[in-house]
Design a protein around this ligand. Structure first.
Ligand SMILES: NC(=O)C1=CN([C@@H]2O[C@H](COP(=O)(O)OP(=O)(O)OC[C@H]3O[C@@H](n4cnc5c(N)ncnc54)[C@H](O)[C@@H]3O)[C@@H](O)[C@H]2O)[C@@H](O)CC1
Ligand SMILES: [K+]
Length: 517
């Protein structure tokens, strides 16, 4: 799914009206219908549920007024609160005129702000994508008042006060919604941690925006869902053998962190690699051989950390980092690897910290290398703290462009930046996955996918991110969020990948009848 800017969202609305021969009022009616259906289907509200609808002067307020009419027609008793303004949009005015007289409406006033008791449902239709500056005056007061209330707050399109695609000054008045109901496509603001308290749970309601117009809009940011990946994860050919899926090398583990090597190895194996060799220090031998007999163990001469780079000739892809430690000798192994590797590399964890502490090594990154930092590791890589999540995102894009690499910034919506400067946000995963070892699992899985020569670097990264989150989503159904551990994610990598294979089947043409029968 494309992530549009506020300006592109407006262009899409315009384009839809033109292509489908409808008025903006008709489009607004679709939005109101979608909102009404969501409220009825999700909340199953009792007939006497107090609905309060706060309406601003633009089309966001117009959505609110149209919804108030539809709720009234459905047998509810909504109350409408209008923000006074010198100028209102045409569709707002039309919908105010169409509001049945039986629906109570009031002007908001600083000295008589409405009471929103617990059990009330407040729809925030003050401002949407038309917001051009931070809220002030009465609008800011209303927002603060709403945030203090016990009512269930549902934002229409955007939490009022939040910009769709840019940061706002710290301390700005912004609605803290429990739900944000937006239309058709996600907004960048929904995907960034700094906005979590405002956006709450968000959902996209389809309103028939024109797909041909969406298709033509050029974007730098996409949201990755299963249908985007259909056809990108090929099925295993009937006559495949272990060589078909590549031989991977993993350099991981040090004294006290052999578990990271185990988790990454097991994830790599579950990720479908043909053969896996894991390089570990001597201290890890019994552990790895016992827990993960499917992996071949290539012992380093050192006892506690990796000190020598083995011959790289046999391998189709190489991963380095989980539990590696930051010994000088391990740093030199990383340097030699960057200087000599001719196959895809995945760099994670302590290998990223070593890069961050020795940034001259970044010059050695072979093209298409895949790095998987979390925000702190990423900051060490850039050496410059991000001002906010938007700035960090631009740093990520620049980093991937500058180093011609793929870089995954891990988080709730992990973001993959490509050498071309595209950013893909992953849609799967859950808070249970914020647990030690979850990143090691991702590295192992990505290593398997990079060893599979049938996949491009970009597709391998997208599939790995998606399947990792999906495996966590399958696991959490059995473990609960608190009980989820990294090993649970490993167990569900296979089913998660299988879902992608099966999704692919749907897109293929039906089988032709057999010859002779
Ligand atoms: N155009 C369309 O066809 C559709 C629009 N939709 C709705 O329309 C919204 C966008 O409508 P608009 O473009 O009218 O924008 P908004 O309704 O978000 O707000 C625009 C109004 O707010 C004023 N304003 C901006 N920032 C302000 C601030 N900080 N303090 C006080 N006033 C401020 C502007 O001067 C303008 O009057 C969407 O978010 C969505 O809810 C939906 O109905 C779907 C279809
Ligand atoms: K709003």
């Amino acid at each position: 799914m494309k992530i549009l800017s506020a300006a592109q969202t407006r262009a899409l609305d315009e384009g839809t009206m033109k292509a489908q021969g409808i008025t903006s009022l008709e489009l607004m009616e679709r939005a109101a219908t979608a909102l009404l259906n969501w409220l009825l289907d999700t909340l199953h509200p009792a007939a006497d549920t107090p609905f309060h609808i706060l309406c601003g002067p633009g089309n966001n307020g117009g959505d609110g007024l149209a919804l108030a009419r539809r709720l009234h027609q459905a047998g509810y008793q909504p109350e409408v609160w209008l923000l006074p303004a010198e100028k209102t949009s045409a569709d707002y005015t039309s919908n105010l005129q169409r509001l049945p007289a039986a629906v109570p409406r009031h002007e908001l006033h600083a000295r008589h702000l409405p009471t929103f008791p617990a059990g009330a449902v407040v729809l925030d239709a003050l401002f949407g994508t038309g917001l051009s500056r931070p809220l002030a005056g009465l609008a800011a007061q209303v927002v603060a008042h709403l945030n203090d209330s016990q009512a269930l707050c549902i934002a229409v399109d955007m939490p009022s006060g939040l910009l769709a695609d840019a940061p706002q000054p710290a301390g700005s008045a912004i609605v803290q919604a429990h739900y944000t109901l937006s239309f058709e496509l996600p907004k960048m603001a929904f995907l960034l941690p700094q906005n979590a308290d405002f956006v709450g749970e968000w959902e996209l309601l389809p309103i028939g925006l024109e797909s041909t117009v969406i298709h033509k809009l050029a974007v730098d940011n996409c949201f990755i869902e299963e249908n985007f990946l259909a056809g990108r994860y090929p099925r295993r050919p009937k006559f495949s053998h272990k060589g078909t899926f590549g031989h991977a090398l993993l350099l991981a583990g040090s004294q006290g962190k052999i578990g990271a090597a185990v988790l990454a190895s097991r994830a790599c194996l579950r990720g479908g690699v043909g053969l896996l060799t894991t390089r570990i220090p001597q201290v890890g031998y019994d552990i790895l051989q016992t827990t993960t007999p499917e992996a071949m163990c290539l012992l380093d001469p050192a006892t506690d950390y990796i000190s020598e780079l083995p011959d790289l000739q046999p391998y189709a892809a190489i991963g380095i980092g989980p539990g590696l430690g930051q010994e000088d000798a391990s740093r030199e192994v990383l340097r030699r690897l960057l200087e000599t590797a001719k196959v895809p590399l995945i760099i994670d964890a302590d290998a990223l910290n070593l890069l961050g502490a020795n940034r001259e090594l970044l010059k050695l990154l072979p093209p298409d290398t895949l790095l998987t930092p979390h925000p702190k590791e990423f900051e060490r890589l850039t050496g410059e703290p991000a001002r906010d999540d938007y700035h960090r995102l631009e740093q990520l894009r620049q980093f991937a462009r500058h180093h011609k690499c793929f870089c995954v910034l891990k988080g709730a919506y992990s973001a993959l930046a490509t050498p071309e400067g595209q950013v893909y946000f992953n849609s799967t995963g859950n808070p249970g996955m914020a647990t030690g070892g979850s990143g090691d699992v991702l590295t192992g899985l990505l290593l398997a996918l990079r060893a599979d020569k049938r996949l491009s670097a970009c597709n391998a990264a997208l599939i790995g991110l998606y399947a990792h989150g999906r495996a966590g989503d399958l696991a959490v159904q059995q473990t609960g969020e608190a009980g989820l551990v990294a090993g649970d994610i490993v167990r569900f990598i296979g089913p998660a990948l299988q879902e992608l294979t099966d999704a692919d089947l749907i897109t293929e043409p039906p089988l032709s009848p057999r010859r002779g029968g």
